[in-house]
Each structure stands twice: as structure tokens, then as C-alpha cells.
Design a protein around this ligand. Structure first.
Ligand SMILES: Cc1cc2nc3c(=O)[nH]c(=O)nc-3n(C[C@H](O)[C@H](O)[C@H](O)COP(=O)(O)O)c2cc1C
Length: 203
């Protein structure tokens, strides 16, 4: 049976979604892996979203907590808000209390990816503070470390992401993920999918 990797994210303006699509491609590049994109529920009203100039949501399905249990590995993505995950994603995690009680996600490998507006705005604090959520669920945090190689040492051009996971900078909103950032996202998908495949059925 195929190894299932779920990429579960929240994105207001599409930057995290852009990384998610690339992570999916990377995960699917591993033989025997099926990857699927999921969004978490929006918590803001259409009126507030319009005031924030947020574009309409894509047609990626919205996940329910129990669907997380189907996955052999999960990669969670969110934009930063004041250096930590967006409240929409925290609200979703807060709705997984039933899974926490039964430790239904324990032993599953999990990664984190993210977007920040600025340099110094949370490229490391956002994933670092999100690890607590995985810990309480007993999930296995899978960083990418420096497995992405030379791209990790880019100094000529601005590059998001870190050993914690793939990342991008939205800037004022107009900046889009670069080729290098998308490459790191692809790598993260591939890396975690390979680990999920190895661990499948062992925990
Ligand atoms: C309320 C709010 C707080 C934010 N806080 C931060 C922050 O602390 N650091 C930062 O770099 N960007 C911050 N941003 C910018 C977002 O992280 C940026 O819009 C996001 O990364 C874009 O991702 P998306 O296109 O997937 O929504 C904030 C944005 C909002 C609306």
C-alpha cells in the first residue's frame, strides 16, 4: 500500500501555498508515495479578509482533524504572525484534542514549512515555537538540517528557509518564492516522504 504524505497548511496570500505545491511534487518523487494537499479552516470572516486584501481561497480541500490519522507523514505549513504560527493554524491544532487524548498521531514523522514578511521576522522562531504542538502529539519532528546542501549557504541572494524547514519571504506581499526556495521545498517533501516510507508500519 502507498505511503501517504499529507501537506496541511494555512495561507492568506498564497506564499505558503506555493511552497506546499512544491513540497507535494518532492514527496511524490519518492516511489510508492502518494501526497495530498489540505488547507485548514479559515477563522476570519469574508469581511475581514476583504479588508486584508486576501485573495479567494484555492480549491484545495479543507481537512478535518480525524483525516490526519490517515497519513503516514505530515508536513505542516503556515505564515508567521508576530514570530509564531498564524492563529488559523493554531485553531486547527487546538481542534485535535481528541487525537491528542488517544495519541493517534504519535510516532508519525512531521515537518514544518513557513513564510514570513521580513528577514528577522520569524524564519526560525516560527518553526521552533511550532515544535511544541508536535511534541504534545508524540509526533517525530523531522528537520531538513543541512541535507539541502549548497543552497543552505546562499549569501548572494535573499533566501528563506532554514534547517527547520522550507521557507520564503513575502516582503510587502509582492515577492514570490524564488527558484532556490522552491528547490528547498521540493527537497523537504522528498526528504520527509522518504522517512515516512521507511517508518510506515513500524510504530
Ligand atoms: C497580523 C500579522 C502579523 C504578522 N507578523 C509577522 C511577523 O511577525 N514577522 C514577519 O516577518 N511577517 C509577519 N507578517 C507577514 C506574514 O507573515 C506574511 O503576510 C505571510 O508570510 C505571507 O504568507 P501567505 O501568503 O502564505 O499568507 C504578519 C502578517 C499579519 C497579517
Amino acid at each position: 500500500m502507498a505511503t501517504k504524505v499529507y501537506i496541511v497548511y494555512y495561507s492568506t496570500y498564497g506564499h505558503v501555498e506555493g511552497l506546499a505545491q512544491e513540497i507535494k511534487k518532492g514527496a511524490e518523487s519518492v516511489e510508492g508515495v502518494e501526497a495530498k494537499l489540505w488547507q485548514v479552516p479559515e477563522t476570519l470572516s469574508d469581511e475581514i479578509l476583504a479588508k486584508m486584501s486576501a485573495p479567494p481561497k484555492s480549491d484545495v480541500p479543507v481537512i478535518t482533524p480525524n483525516e490526519l490519522t490517515e497519513a503516514d507523514g505530515i508536513i505542516f505549513g503556515f505564515p508567521t504572525r508576530f514570530g509564531m504560527m498564524a492563529a488559523q493554524f493554531k485553531a486547527f491544532i487546538d481542534s485535535t484534542g481528541g487525537l491528542w487524548r488517544t495519541q493517534a498521531l504519535a510516532g508519525k514523522p512531521a515537518g514544518i514549512f513557513y513564510s514570513t514578511g521580513s528577514q528577522g521576522g520569524g524564519q526560525e522562531t516560527t518553526p521552533l515555537t511550532a515544535i511544541t504542538q508536535l511534541v504534545h502529539h508524540g509526533m517525530i519532528f523531522v528537520p531538513i538540517g543541512y541535507t539541502f546542501g549548497a543552497g543552505m549557504f546562499e549569501m548572494e541572494n535573499i533566501k528563506g528557509g532554514s534547517p527547520y524547514g522550507a521557507g520564503t519571504f513575502a516582503g510587502d506581499g509582492s515577492r514570490q518564492p524564488t527558484e532556490l526556495e522552491l528547490g528547498q521545498a521540493f527537497h523537504q517533501g522528498k526528504h520527509i516522504a522518504a522517512i515516512a516510507k521507511k517508518l510506515k508500519g513500524t510504530v
